[in-house]
Design a binder for this molecule. Structure first.
Ligand code: AMP
Length: 421
């Protein structure tokens, strides 16, 4: 049997890789303008971290984690999300002692044992940002605006920002109780999954896509009617900041996000262009998480976006991958005597910072010119018998087809000038 990538994992290469680089570059760029710094954590963590930080009743911890005992007998988990690892690291290194307000971003693979389909994988990649140390609505707005800016800069059009507030932790708790009572009264009409969630994770029932649950959910008590003054004022301030920024959103009163650690603002970027996988990214305020992991009372807010989904959506919107624009130079050696000089010049030009391609298969001039076209270079440099005798080279613009003979020693200057032009 031939060897294949594990189910739910993918190889990324070719034109798709260009789209990844573009998205990743935009993310780096935008996080820099918002003054966020990169943070990297290990891919493996102790299983306990996610049990405590994400919650045992969530789908992630209950059904989806890649967990194994290592050779020393410790229970290890491939990270299914990044917020718990980041909070673990903040506490472990006492980072907030020195930087009570910390802004950081991350990007990397996550692992969840889900049923694979288009846009849903077992290894997928997220980038995200966390703003740690402020309980004020400005930080919620900053995080939402950062995420929104990244998506806009990629050129994506077909997405919607959905927004809701879960209220303060105590509001959420009171609502939870009221919801449990309501759902218990209507238990017989609910799907099996929702029935199981009533006491374990009742807010998740509001997220249910099961048709059977629809009417009961529509008539459920609304979170917003439980808001106290603090919750209402916080949410109003976040909305006001988005309004001033001119960022459109819709309020979705059923948006709760699946995880235990959220309070106050929650949001999601959704699309209708990716079938059932309609979430591009999401996040919210997670003030309870630090305490859940032994880090005391630290307010925080963050988001994460799935890179695969952004890339898929770009492909769908643009009707394919964008071709790379032409760049660099192809050095063509005509005859075996030219190979060594051409390789020497190639090395010199590369060290000067130019993008250089040469033939490594000793092919004919015709085959090399064909390759130069395929590589979409801006220039081709040809060196044959005549040029070797005169220390010159024929420089051809692939855009205009014009040719000129230049001294080999001048190549670097000429190409660097056009490179930066
Ligand atoms: P979550 O923390 O579950 O809201 O995930 C944040 C984002 O990560 C989602 O909006 C998706 O874009 C992406 N994501 C989550 N799970 C997967 C998956 N299994 N495959 C691909 N992308 C995913």
């Amino acid at each position: 049997m031939s060897l294949q990538a594990i189910r739910g994992t993918r190889d990324i290469f070719g034109p798709e890789m260009l789209a990844w680089h573009r998205v990743e570059e935009i993310f780096r760029d935008v996080t820099r303008t918002f003054s966020y710094e990169e943070f990297r954590t290990p891919i493996i963590e102790s299983t306990e971290l996610f049990k405590r930080g994400v919650g045992e009743e969530t789908d992630i911890v209950g059904k989806e984690m890649y967990t194994f005992d290592d050779r020393g007998g410790d229970s290890i988990t491939l990270r299914p999300e990044m917020t718990a690892p980041i909070v673990r690291a903040m506490i472990e290194h006492s980072i907030l002692h020195h930087h009570p307000l910390t802004r950081l971003w991350y990007a990397g693979p996550q692992f969840r044992y889900e049923r694979p389909q288009k846009g849903r994988y077992r290894q997928f990649h997220q980038f995200g940002a966390e703003c740690i140390g402020s309980a004020h609505p400005e930080s919620d707005a900053e995080i939402i605006l950062l995420a929104h800016e990244v998506l806009c800069r990629t050129g994506l059009k077909s997405f919607t920002l959905e927004l809701n507030s879960l209220g303060t932790a105590s509001v959420r708790q009171t609502y939870r109780q009221a919801l449990i009572e309501y759902l218990t009264r209507n238990k017989d009409g609910l799907s099996d999954d929702s029935q199981r969630r009533i006491t374990k994770n009742p807010l998740r029932v509001l997220d249910s896509k099961d048709r059977k649950d629809k009417d009961i959910i529509a008539a459920a008590p609304l979170l917003s009617s439980f808001y106290d003054d603090t919750s209402a004022a916080h949410f109003a301030a976040v909305r006001a900041l988005l309004d001033v920024a001119g960022v459109p959103y819709v309020i979705n009163p059923l948006l709760v996000r699946g995880l235990d650690y959220y309070n106050q603002t929650v949001f999601e970027f959704t699309t209708t262009a990716l079938g059932t996988q309609n979430a591009i990214g999401g996040g919210g305020r997670y003030d309870p998480l630090f305490a859940m992991l032994g880090g005391g009372d630290v307010p925080a807010v963050g988001f994460s976006i799935g890179i695969e989904r952004v890339v898929l959506l770009l492909e769908a919107e643009q009707g394919g991958w964008q071709e790379e624009s032409s760049r660099g130079v192809y050095l063509c050696a005509i005859g075996d005597e030219a190979i060594l000089p051409v390789q020497t010049i190639a090395y010199r030009l590369r060290r000067a910072g130019l993008h250089v391609v040469t033939d490594l298969q000793r092919r004919s001039m015709k085959a090399q010119m064909k390759e130069a076209n395929k590589q979409r270079v801006k220039w081709t440099v040809m060196i044959g018998e005549n040029e070797l005798a005169n220390s010159t080279a024929v420089l051809k613009s692939m855009e205009t087809g014009e040719q000129q003979t230049v001294a080999q020693l001048d190549l670097e200057t000429i190409l660097m000038d056009t490179h930066t032009a």
